[in-house]
Write a protein that binds this ligand. Structure first.
Ligand code: 0WD
Ligand code: CA
Length: 383
C-alpha cells in the first residue's frame, strides 16, 4: 500500500492519475488527493534578485543576510524599535509578478530554448508565479478560513499566475488593529536579531527595520508534468562558506506564540506547521528557525525545525495534514488551469476563485482590471 513514504521529498513516485474534474469546478476535498506522492523534482536555484529599501529591483544578491545562531533562551524584545525604527512597506501597492518578470527579462538566455522559427524565445516553463501563491494552493485542502483569487494569463505558451486580493483580505488589511500591526513587526524584528549583513559581522538590533528590503531566490522544478519557475523571499543563509549550495543553505525564520498547553501544541502542529512546511518545501529550503514569544513579545525559546521531520512530528495528531494531499491538489489544480486557460493572449485573464468548503470555479476577462502582464514585458518578449 505504502509505495513510498511521503517524508522522502523530491523523488519520483509512480505516475499519478489526476482526479476527473466535476462539470463546473475542482474539488478541494482531502480524500480525493490521498494517493501516491507526485513527482516533485529537487528545486534548483536558477538565479536571485534583491529589492532595496525603496523597493528597487537589482538582479543580484545584495540583500542576502547571514544567520547568526542566537542563545537558546535569548529574551529578545520584539517590541523594541516599534514604531520609530520601523519603515513599513506600503502593502496597498500591488506589485503582481513585476519583479519576477524583470528577473526573467534580465536572464532570458538561461531560460529560453534556442530561438527557432516555430517558437522564438518561448520560455521553457509551463508556470511562472510567486512561491507564496503555490503555498496557498498546497494548503487549500486544509484551509477553513481564507479563500483566494488567482489570475491566470497564457502568453507564448507559459501560464502566469498572479494573486488578486479578495474583498475579505482587503477588509482585513484595512481594519487591522494597532495590536495586530505591532505583531506584524515582531517577525521582522526577530530577523534583525538573528541576521547579519555579511558572513563576518554580527546582527545590529539597534538599526532600522525596513520591510521594503528583500532577497528572493528564483527556482526551477517540476511537479508531475508541470515545469515550474517561481520566486520566493528568503530570510537568510547559513554563514559557513562550506555550507551546501542554495537553496540547501537557506533558512526560514518564524515567530510563534509560546506553547504552554497540549491544546496549543496540537494547534501548532495542525495549522502552523502545515504552512511552514508548504512554504519551505516548495523551494527546497531545509529548515525553519522559530522564535517562540510570550504575550509581551519577548522571545523565550528558539528551536530549529528541519522540513524533512515536520511530517513525523504531526503523525500523533488525529486527522492531521498530509504532504501528499497538498502536492496532489496543487498538481490537479495546475492541470485544471492548463485545460481552461487555452487562449494565448496577454490581455485575457482567467480568474480562478476559491472559498473554503466550495469547489474552485473560474471566469474569463478580456482587457479588464485583472490584466496583469505589463506592456514592457509583453513588448520585450515579443520582439
Ligand atoms: O503583490 C502581491 N499580491 C504579492 C507580492 C503577494 C505575495 C508576495 N508578493 C511579493 C513581494 O514582492 C515579496 O517580496 O512576494 C515577495 C515574497 O514572496 P513569497 O516568498 O512568494 O511570499 P510568501 O511565501 O507568502 O512570504 C515570504 C515572506 C514573508 O515571510 P513570512 O515568514 O511572514 O512568511 O515575504 C514577506 C514576508 O516576510 N511577504 C511579503 N513581502 C512583501 N509583499 C508579502 C507581500 N505581499 N507577503 C509576504
Ligand atoms: Ca520568515
Amino acid at each position: 500500500k505504502h509505495s513510498r513514504p511521503n517524508h522522502h521529498p523530491y523523488k519520483s513516485g509512480p505516475t499519478p492519475q489526476p482526479n476527473p474534474p466535476s462539470s463546473q469546478g475542482l474539488s478541494t476535498r482531502r480524500e480525493l488527493y490521498e494517493r501516491d506522492f507526485p513527482v516533485y523534482k529537487q528545486p534548483v536555484e536558477v538565479g536571485c534578485f534583491s529589492l532595496d529599501s525603496k523597493r528597487r529591483f537589482f538582479n543580484d544578491s545584495r540583500q542576502m543576510r547571514y544567520y547568526v545562531e542566537p542563545d537558546r533562551n535569548p529574551n529578545f524584545d520584539l517590541r523594541d524599535g516599534y514604531k520609530y525604527r520601523f519603515i513599513k512597506r506600503d502593502d496597498s501597492v500591488k506589485e503582481k509578478l513585476d519583479h519576477i518578470l524583470r528577473w526573467i527579462l534580465a536572464n532570458r538566455s538561461k531560460l529560453s530554448s534556442r530561438v527557432t522559427t516555430a517558437s522564438p524565445c518561448a520560455l521553457d516553463v509551463d508556470i511562472v508565479t510567486w512561491r507564496g501563491h503555490l503555498t496557498k494552493l498546497l494548503t487549500s485542502p486544509y484551509e477553513t478560513r481564507e479563500g483566494w483569487l488567482l489570475a491566470v494569463t497564457r502568453f507564448r505558451g507559459t501560464l502566469y499566475i498572479s494573486e488578486v486580493e479578495t474583498e475579505a483580505a482587503r477588509r482585513d488589511r484595512e481594519n487591522r488593529t494597532e495590536r495586530h500591526e505591532e505583531m506584524m513587526y515582531w517577525g521582522y524584528k526577530f530577523e534583525q536579531y538573528t541576521c547579519a549583513d555579511n558572513a563576518q559581522s554580527v546582527p545590529d538590533p539597534g538599526g532600522v527595520v525596513n520591510t521594503n528590503e528583500a532577497f528572493c531566490t528564483v527556482v526551477q522544478t517540476r511537479l508531475a508534468d508541470h515545469r515550474l519557475l517561481f520566486s520566493g523571499e528568503v530570510d537568510c543563509r547559513d554563514k559557513d562558506p562550506n555550507a551546501p549550495a542554495p537553496p540547501a543553505c537557506y533558512i526560514e525564520l518564524k515567530t510563534s506564540a509560546e506553547i504552554c498547553t497540549p491544546k496549543q501544541r496540537s494547534n501548532f502542529h495542525r495549522f502552523k506547521l502545515l504552512k511552514w512546511w508548504a512554504q519551505s518545501f516548495l523551494p527546497g529550503v531545509p529548515r525553519v528557525v522559530a522564535g517562540f514569544r510570550d504575550h509581551e513579545g519577548v522571545v523565550v525559546t528558539v528551536d530549529t525545525f528541519p522540513i524533512s521531520k515536520m511530517s513525523h512530528l504531526i503523525k500523533n495528531e488525529h486527522n492531521c495534514w498530509k504532504p501528499t494531499v497538498c502536492m496532489n491538489f496543487c498538481c490537479d489544480f495546475l492541470s485544471f488551469v492548463k485545460r481552461i486557460a487555452t487562449e494565448d493572449n496577454p490581455s485575457v485573464v482567467y480568474l480562478f476563485s476559491w472559498e473554503p468548503h466550495r469547489d474552485v470555479t473560474y471566469s474569463v476577462h478580456r482587457d479588464s482590471q485583472y490584466s496583469f502582464l505589463p506592456h514592457w514585458y509583453v513588448e520585450e518578449m515579443t520582439s
